[in-house]
Design a protein around this ligand. Structure first.
Ligand code: ZN
Length: 147
């Protein structure tokens, strides 16, 4: 059903926002959400357009990178730990400043292209939800905008 605005947007074939919920299981996690996004795009019926993924959290982010070798996630984790060690004399003193800094480096949103009903990613690219202060219940907002 939805609101009047949503009904109108659907009739006009306009943009729609989809909420997506996730649960993370450890303090740091790189969760491959490529398949979830592709499923959502398929269900939206949009063949060509833009997909915007936004994380409404201050200690999580969205990354596009290789999803073939899981060892790369360990390297990302180690790289970010060197940039922002957990035990450091931070001003933001609630024990998760490193997570805020890592999230700031990765960024809270990404814009992707939809071509022929699929994400137009490179051969080795995938989309990761990056958790830096888990385990937690998290959410994403995904906007699908037809051409
Ligand atoms: Zn904090």
């Amino acid at each position: 059903m939805g609101t009047e605005a949503e009904k109108t947007a659907k009739l006009l074939g306009g943009a729609r926002t989809y909420p997506m919920r996730l649960e993370t299981r450890s303090r740091t996690e790189f969760k491959d959400i490529t398949g979830l996004l592709e499923k959502l795009i398929l269900e939206s019926g949009v063949a060509n357009g833009t997909c915007l993924v936004f994380v409404p959290h201050t200690t999580a982010g969205i990354l596009i990178n290789e999803n073939d070798d899981p060892n790369l996630q360990i390297d990302f984790d180690n790289f970010l730990k060197r940039l922002a060690p957990r035990a450091q004399d931070y001003q933001h003193n609630d024990g998760n400043c490193d997570a805020h800094l890592k999230a700031a480096v990765i960024g809270a949103s990404k814009t992707l292209l939809i071509e022929n009903g699929r994400l137009a990613l490179g051969r080795w690219q995938g989309v990761f939800f990056c958790e830096f202060d888990g385990p937690r219940r998290r959410e994403l907002r995904v906007k699908v905008i037809p051409d």
